[in-house]
Design a protein around this ligand. Structure first.
Ligand code: C5P
Length: 337
């Protein structure tokens, strides 16, 4: 079942165990798949008094997912807990298979420590403090979206938690209320709660103008082993004297004119990121030698992507990228329909 929330989708509706209400639930899990995003355009318009930067950016959700499985813990009904797994796994895997393999210690899983700093836990705790809800939850988080990549994996997980817990805890919050909580967690979180998989985002990134496009977009993404901190990259960026607007890119995407769109991709965080991390320049050169429409760094990096005419072209580009290096992670993705 696809949720109206920027590519978030859900594959089970009831929870295992006994909820605090005492009602026994059938033995199913609530499973939410939380997508990554790419920035096809990102202009930094200036620094604000609160230390953040004013942005105009075009974000698109793509089919690279973290998976969150929600359940009640009978022994700790008022506790929020998280276990995090590195899911080096095919994307088609579903929750039950993931859990079974994880507990069996199958290769491909590395359990990583859970932490109160994780944005997913912060989202759950924020909902409790805003609403006075005392219920608990246990979340198993299977990570596929690389960290420090400019792909907003942590933000998407937080949005998935807000969306899921609003249902599970029956809080009855509106989308506007959830989006206002989302912006307190991080600048990118609100995007994942909007009804479309592509949107212009302004302000810090939390003011969302959803768009719809006539065609699906296909991409190849490469993530080098090194990462970049978002705060570092913003610290080194400078607003340009004559910033350009996103509208000409949006117009060409709406016309389905990918060739023109490819020439209008722009990210003003890319040049500070290139100065901070040599992998970005390497990826730029690799992508320039591959036949596709345009290429760019996503967000604050270090993930780099190419826009492709169709999935076949994206797969060919991925094969070329993989043959050049064994250290980069390479993904073929599209925006959800
Ligand atoms: O909002 P988020 O926690 O994702 O931002 C991480 C850091 O990136 C912020 O602390 C800030 O330094 C920088 N940032 C910024 N302007 C934005 C978004 C993020 O300066 N619009």
């Amino acid at each position: 079942m696809r949720l109206r929330g920027s590519g978030l989708f859900l594959t089970g509706l009831s929870l295992p165990g006994t909820p605090p209400t005492g009602r026994r639930q059938p033995d199913h899990s609530l499973v939410v798949h939380a997508p990554a995003k790419l920035n096809l355009f990102l202009e930094v318009l200036g620094k604000r008094d609160d230390g953040f930067h004013e942005l105009e950016t075009l974000m698109v959700a793509v089919s690279l997912y973290d998976t969150l499985i929600f359940s009640f813990k009978e022994e700790a009904p008022e506790e929020v807990s998280l276990r995090c797994f590195d899911a080096c796994f095919r994307q088609s895997s579903v929750g039950s298979a993931l859990r079974q393999n994880a507990t069996e210690g199958a290769t491909g899983f590395t359990e990583v420590p859970d932490g109160r700093d994780n944005l997913a836990v912060r989202a759950a705790e924020l909902l409790r403090s805003k609403t006075g809800c005392r219920q608990g939850i246990h979340i198993d988080l299977y990570k596929r979206i690389p960290a420090e990549a400019g792909l907003a994996g942590g933000s998407s997980d937080a949005a998935a938690v807000l969306f899921a817990l609003n249902r599970i805890w029956q809080l009855g919050l509106s989308r506007d209320e959830l989006q206002s909580f989302a912006s307190e967690i991080g600048s990118d979180v609100s995007f994942f709660l909007n009804p479309q998989s592509i949107a212009i985002c302004r302000g810090r990134g939390e003011i969302i103008e959803p768009l719809s496009l006539p065609n699906r977009l296909h991409f190849v993404i490469a993530k080098p082993p090194s990462g970049l901190s978002t705060a570092d990259v913003f610290r080194h960026c400078r607003a340009r004297d004559s910033p350009c607007g996103v509208s000409s890119l949006v117009d060409s995407l709406k016309r389905g004119d990918l060739r023109t769109a490819g020439q209008r991709l722009m990210n003003s965080l890319q040049s500070p990121a290139e100065e901070l991390n040599s992998d970005i320049g390497r990826l730029k050169a690799n992508f320039a030698s591959i036949n596709h429409i345009g290429h760019l760094m996503s967000g604050s990096g270090t993930a780099y992507f190419g826009v492709c005419r169709h999935r076949r072209e994206a797969r060919k580009a991925a094969a070329r990228l993989r043959s050049g290096t064994s250290s980069d992670q390479v993904f073929v993705v599209a925006n959800p329909p």
